[in-house]
Design a binder for this molecule. Structure first.
Ligand code: NAD
Ligand code: ZN
Ligand code: ZN
Length: 337
């Protein structure tokens, strides 16, 4: 099968022929139809994070397609089912985290396109218990980004603890951010959108942002304080550390900063302000299988629609280059048909 493979960090991906994965007990083989390109895939290809991916690696954790083979013991799915393979490729199912709905924190999890091969390929295998079915009304291309950008931002909004009618500031209106904005509106929040590119802020406005700020032209935290007295919650899905520090400062007293973007950097948090202002800072990593079902349902009902540019798998190096430079407005989805 054809696949895009990371052989070495910081080198171009190689489009090459590799064996179709062999499925084992409890696994399904998915003929991939589409796979979104997440900035995480770029971090993986660069070896940016303290924990490195396997090499060689087939990236991709927004892979969706049709089940073409079933391993022994699979009863929950059938041939022809439309499914997606998320970042949470599998978890142990037995630890405290798994048992309490926090399988995303399981220490024995595997991650698609990172610790195991993912969706930048014609076929991908996955455990039946951890793939999610795609609602009928959602096309493969529209479904793909929900498997990471969608579920991650939906979950991040949930853990802000903000109530409908309150303000959420979203830093980074990229693949995740422009989807976050739509979940936020659908969940009843007012949204302040921050980016450093005007075309992304134009997209934010078209998607219903109530306030937009270009972080290159003014201090977003000051603008948010001036316009709305500070946000009840902020989510940073940006890829530069500066946005995180600004997002922290844009939260009002009693508010929460949710950290989602993953530049490999520190976030210095002032103790005095955090204490006196009663600010909460928390991290959020993707979402559980249940969160994913809910996130897909929003999309199936037309409440959330990713701004998608389709590209063929062969163009992946060019897509990575543009993503690195902030030149993708929305999400690129690779199509494999
Ligand atoms: P993206 O490249 O599509 O979007 C990043 C956006 O940040 C761009 O619009 C860019 O213009 C903007 N940006 C850059 N600097 C900024 C600044 N100073 N202020 C405001 N905006 C700024 O990337 P993506 O696919 O949306 O992923 C974003 C980050 O989230 C990546 O680091 C990725 O690894 C991480 N991520 C985390 C999770 C999780 O579960 N925590 C899941 C998926 C992705
Ligand atoms: Zn992702
Ligand atoms: Zn577990």
């Amino acid at each position: 099968m054809k696949a895009a493979v990371v052989n070495e960090f910081h080198q171009q991906l190689e489009i090459k022929d590799v064996p179709v994965p062999e499925i084992g007990h409890g696994e399904v083989l998915v003929k991939i139809k589409a796979c979104g390109v997440c900035h995480t895939d770029l971090h993986a290809a660069h070896g940016d994070w303290p924990v490195k991916p396997k090499l060689p690696l087939i990236p991709g954790h927004e892979g969706v397609g049709e089940i073409v083979a079933l391993g022994e013991g699979v009863t929950s799915l059938k041939l022809g089912d439309r499914v997606g393979i998320p970042w949470l490729y599998s978890a142990c199912g037995e630890c405290d985290y798994c048992l309490t709905g926090w399988e995303t924190l399981c220490k024995n999890q595997l991650n698609a396109g990172y610790s195991v091969d993912g969706g930048y390929a014609e076929y991908c295998k996955a455990p039946a218990a951890y793939v999610a079915k795609i609602p009928d009304s959602l096309s493969y291309v529209d479904a793909a980004p929900i498997f990471c950008a969608g579920v991650t931002t939906y979950k991040a909004l949930k853990v802000t603890g903000a109530k409908p009618g309150e303000w959420v500031a979203i830093y980074g209106i990229g693949g995740l951010g422009h989807v976050a904005l739509q979940y936020a509106k659908a969940m009843g929040y007012h949204v302040a959108a921050v980016d450093i590119h005007d075309d992304k802020l134009e997209l934010a406005m078209a998607l219903g942002a109530d306030l937009t700020v270009n972080g290159m032209k003014e201090d977003p935290a000051e603008a948010i304080e001036r316009e709305i007295g500070g946000a009840h919650a902020a989510i940073s899905v940006a890829v530069t550390p500066k946005a995180f520090e600004q997002a922290y400062r844009s939260v009002r007293r009693g508010g929460t900063l949710v950290v989602v973007g993953l530049p490999n950097a520190d976030l210095p948090i002032p103790i005095f302000d955090t204490v006196l202002n009663g600010v909460t800072v928390k991290g959020s990593i993707v979402g559980s299988r249940k969160d994913l079902q809910e996130a897909l349902d929003f999309a199936a009902r037309g409440k959330v629609k990713t701004n998608i540019e389709t590209q063929s798998l062969d163009r992946i190096n060019e897509v990575f280059d543009r993503l690195q430079k902030g030149q993708v407005n929305g999400r690129v989805v690779l199509t494999l048909d």
